[in-house]
Ligand binder design. Structure first.
Ligand SMILES: [Zn+2]
Length: 187
């Protein structure tokens, strides 16, 4: 990740959340952010039907989480996989919105089982993951939860994000370390 990106991402997330009237410790409803960015969000079952999705999942488990399409008429449309858990879906949509916020353009086309998919380059993926985490789980919120004893699973459940995202954020934000240090100094 390029130098300074992590700090920029925290600030960008903070600004986006503030525009929605959220305090740093408030949960974010990802669909509200999509609306404010003018992104239309659809379940893939509305477009291709559930049977097609189940078939795809059988061919390549986990192949499809969410994708964003920039339509020629200027609309931005996002499609997510309704077969996934809600927490995973929120994290996936946040990841896609992060690409939109960072103005990432899709570069690669992948074909899996006769279906065409878009993939981004690894650098952009890393940036989108990082920003998605900042949007859903800002540092002040994580600190408050960690001090009250919540672990990654609890946080994932409470804020409806995927457990891997909660775990990643607790570690990457330095919150786990900070809480561990301060509990040692109190002991
Ligand atoms: Zn991506």
């Amino acid at each position: 990740m390029r130098r300074g990106f992590k700090t920029e991402a925290e600030r960008l997330a903070e600004r986006q959340r503030a525009q929605l009237g959220l305090r740093p410790t408030d949960p974010l409803k990802i669909i509200d952010l999509a609306k404010s960015l003018g992104v239309e969000v659809y379940s893939a079952s509305e477009l291709v039907g559930r049977a097609a999705l189940e078939k795809l999942e059988g061919l390549q488990p986990g192949a499809f989480s969410a994708a964003t399409f920039h339509l020629p008429d200027g609309r931005t449309v996002m499609v997510y996989n309704p077969l996934n858990e809600p927490g995973r879906t929120n994290s996936d949509i946040a990841h896609e919105l992060a690409h939109v916020l960072l103005d990432h353009r899709l570069r690669e086309l992948q074909k899996i089982g006769g279906h065409t998919f878009f993939a981004c380059d690894p650098e952009q993926e890393e940036e989108a993951n990082w920003l998605a985490g900042c949007l859903l789980l800002p540092r002040p919120l994580l600190l408050r939860e960690a001090y009250s004893g919540a672990d990654a699973e609890k946080i994932a459940e409470r804020y409806q994000v995927s457990a891997p995202m909660a775990r990643f954020r607790l570690n990457a934000s330095g919150v786990t370390l900070q809480v561990r240090r301060s509990s040692r100094s109190r002991a």
